[in-house]
Design a protein around this ligand. Structure first.
Ligand code: ZN
Length: 188
């Protein structure tokens, strides 16, 4: 297993629609292993293939809920159904989200409270997870990555300026930037 460099916003693969997985071979298994390792090292609760430079429709997740249940797996060629997104302003304390492709930053974002994830695993076995709360948020966030959408693309107007400022200050928003979990230390 290997820790892979994580692409930072500005890299084309993060802003492009990923392709369906059609080859369920050893190299796909290797990619998934490496993505789990990279997510653990980062650390993160989810990681999508475009974030490690691979334009394929899959993501991994690893999150323990309030009741101590571990939700961990890989979703390949996923589909996500959502309950309506609540209206009103996002709460800075309870709804702030981060992304390994904008490392060290968090901004509040409203998300649907409920999500149904349907996908296949490495053995092409279909599965379905009915998620709520933060797990539903993770699925929405990771599935968005497969359509070239970052959470900052969805922020309320007031926060878009702050994001642009951060991206400018850190020199992001241009191709070719990565960070390596375990080696690069985040500034904040
Ligand atoms: Zn992300």
């Amino acid at each position: 297993m290997a820790v892979l460099p994580i692409r930072i916003t500005g890299e084309a693969v993060l802003h492009s629609v990923a392709e369906e997985v059609t080859e369920f071979d050893d190299s796909l298994r290797q990619l998934v292993d490496d993505m789990f390792e990279t997510m653990k090292e980062a650390p993160g609760v989810g990681l999508a293939a475009p974030q490690v430079g691979v334009g394929l429709r899959l993501f991994v997740y690893n999150w323990t809920d309030d009741e101590g249940v571990l939700w961990r797996g890989v979703a390949i060629n996923p589909e996500v159904w959502l309950s309506p997104t609540p209206t009103g302003e996002a709460d800075e304390d309870d709804e702030s989200e981060g992304c390994l492709s904008l490392p060290g930053e968090r901004f509040p974002l409203r998300r649907a409270e409920h999500a149904i994830l349907r996908a296949v695993d490495l053995d092409q076995k279909r599965f379905e997870i009915v998620a709520e709360g933060w797990l539903a948020r993770i699925f929405q966030h990771e599935n968005d990555h497969l359509d070239g959408v970052l959470y900052v693309d969805r922020l309320e107007h007031d926060y878009t300026k702050a994001v642009a400022k951060v991206i400018k200050k850190k020199g992001w928003g241009v191709p070719g930037q990565t960070w390596l979990p375990g080696e690069d230390h985040l500034e904040d």
